[in-house]
Design a binder for this molecule. Structure first.
Ligand code: CA
Length: 236
């Protein structure tokens, strides 16, 4: 099973780390485990995991700083697994580019399900035949490099999660996209945490697109209905 998805686990508690790797091995994933952020970052020079499970309370670093780096530099799905249950921690994690947030203690089956949900629709990853660049309103999105290129040539990195949302808009220009359709396209657990995650990603995309938050011209909110991406899009 060498083509099984590779999951990188960063967790300093040995017992939890073992539960995670045993659970994921049994579910058919390949796993690599790390106890410290420095080991994990060194390994990332040589491995390209499909998903990273990141603890926030680590002996040598706050996991949130790592999440931000991973989100801008790697195409892996990023799932925070943390004992920090405050809404503000979850929002910050998602704002920094995490794809999901699991609160400890977790059920092993839930861990597997949440990883599968994130891997099932790797919208921003390179699938054979999938289009990787799109132009709209003078902008260019490059999904191979996770970059947004402004009309003046300035490049801004986008996270895996932001790329998924952007691709959904670019695939459906000038069409109303409801929350239900977003959930269907992007996957996830739904409910309030999904809505909050979408709000965060869309506001980050708007800011990277230089939109006036009070009067966005590209990604319009249709209150009570969803969103519309207003520009014409050409792919390739
Ligand atoms: Ca910890």
């Amino acid at each position: 099973m060498t083509d099984a998805p590779l999951i990188a686990i960063l967790e300093d508690e040995p017992d939890i780390r073992r539960i995670m790797s045993d659970t994921l091995d049994a579910a058919g994933f390949r796993t690599m485990s790390f106890a410290r952020a420095t080991e994990f970052e060194a390994a990332l020079r040589n491995i390209t995991p499909d998903a990273c499970l990141v603890d926030l309370g680590l002996p040598d670093r706050d996991g949130l700083a790592l999440v931000h780096r991973l989100a801008t530099e790697s195409g892996a799905a990023i799932i925070i697994v943390s004992g920090r249950a405050q809404v503000q921690d979850r929002v910050t994690g998602l704002e920094l580019g995490a794809d999901d947030y699991i609160i400890k203690p977790f059920e092993p089956a839930e861990l597997v399900a949440r990883i599968r949900a994130r891997l099932r629709r790797p919208a921003a990853q390179n699938r054979p035949g999938q289009r990787s660049t799109a132009s709209f309103a003078g902008w260019r999105a490059d999904f191979d490099r996770y970059a947004l290129i402004a009309p003046d040539g300035t490049e801004t990195p986008i996270s895996h999660a932001e790329a998924e949302v952007l691709r959904m808009f670019l695939d459906n220009p000038r069409r109303l996209i409801s929350r239900g359709q977003m959930l269907e396209t992007l996957g996830g657990a739904g409910g309030e945490s999904f809505d909050r995650a979408m709000d965060v990603r869309i506001s980050r995309l708007r800011s990277k697109l230089g939109e006036d938050p009070k009067n966005p011209q590209l990604i319009k909110t249709i209150y009570g209905a969803g969103y519309i991406f207003l520009a014409e899009v050409s792919w390739g």
